[in-house]
Design a protein around this ligand. Structure first.
Ligand code: AMP
Length: 281
């Protein structure tokens, strides 16, 4: 695997590949890689001649300084995982490389970045959009791969791609879960054993509400049952639990099962986790 820390060297290398008409698949990550990330790498490998994984803990998307400081970092482990997965290129720039001469550019997505995650993490999606735009401009991939785990992030990136006319295809990959349902996340590493067990409450809440809605319960009742279970689980403090339209993410009570996604965020101990579930896959 080729490893690049500098934009200019990566561009020169990929420029050669493009000359031969090779397709490029980009998988942007913040590292501390797990099987969820590897599933995206695999999807990229299946459809592209060259797969590029980026590992960059993007400071502008963190609205909490402690979260940024404590975010798991393990570049050596990531390199090993990517090597054994057969990834072609790793781009691992430092903050200076990505943000030299930063102007403080921000993005405003109207309603979409003010709701759900945006409400609790102001500025988060602006930072995501900035880092993703930089990566799209640097790599100019044929296709880019993201996880459904970050459901709202994918909607934001879709809008960004349309609005800025990035010439690439976006792909969303289903959530990869642990055997007990917990969505894989780099942040799970920071849970202690007890918190790790209790963290399944997010997935269980999604299942409680989904099953209730499938049995024609009202959203108010489904939500209350899920919320109560989370509140009664030690270490777990739910932040939001919403039913939204799967495309525009507008929170709605009367959305049909075919069009709806359930989204949850909760603190488990000191760690904030998110998860979601389409009512109909
Ligand atoms: P992150 O490193 O957490 O920023 O994630 C990088 C990419 O991997 C994002 O597009 C995430 O949505 C995706 N991802 C993270 N966890 C999972 C998972 N459990 N299943 C599928 N995709 C994931």
């Amino acid at each position: 695997m080729k490893i690049f820390k500098e934009i200019a060297l990566l561009r020169a290398f990929l420029g050669e590949k493009k000359k031969f008409g090779l397709s490029l698949g980009l998988v942007p990550t913040m590292g501390a890689l797990h099987r969820g990330h590897l599933a995206l790498i695999q999807a990229a490998q299946q459809a592209n001649e060259v797969t590029i994984c980026s590992v960059f803990v993007n400071p502008t998307q963190f609205n909490n300084a402690t979260d940024l400081e404590k975010y798991p970092r393990n570049l050596d482990g990531d390199i090993q995982l990517l090597e054994s997965a057969g990834c072609d290129v790793l781009f691992a720039p430092d903050t200076k490389e990505m943000y030299e001469n930063a102007s403080g550019l921000t993005f405003d997505f109207g309603q979409l970045d003010k709701i759900l995650e945006g409400k609790f993490r102001p500025g988060h999606f602006s930072g995501v959009a900035l880092a993703v735009s930089k990566l799209f401009n640097i790599v100019e991939p044929s296709r880019a791969y993201f996880g459904q785990k970050d459901y709202q992030q994918f909607q934001i990136i879709q809008v960004l791609t349309q609005e800025l006319k990035f010439n690439l295809q976006l792909h969303s990959h289903p959530i990869i879960r642990e055997a007990d349902g917990l969505a894989m996340s780099s942040r799970n590493q920071r849970l202690d054993n007890k918190e790790r067990t209790n963290a399944t409450a997010l997935y269980r809440a999604l299942m409680i509400a989904r099953n209730a809605l499938h049995e024609n319960a009202s959203w108010a009742d489904a939500r209350q049952a899920a919320w109560k279970m989370m509140e009664e689980t030690p270490d777990v403090k739910p932040e939001y639990f919403e039913l939204a339209h799967r495309e525009n993410l507008l929170v709605q009570e009367n959305v049909s099962n075919d069009d709806a996604v359930l989204l949850v965020a909760a603190h488990v101990g000191k760690i904030r986790l998110i998860d979601n579930q389409l009512l109909k896959e």
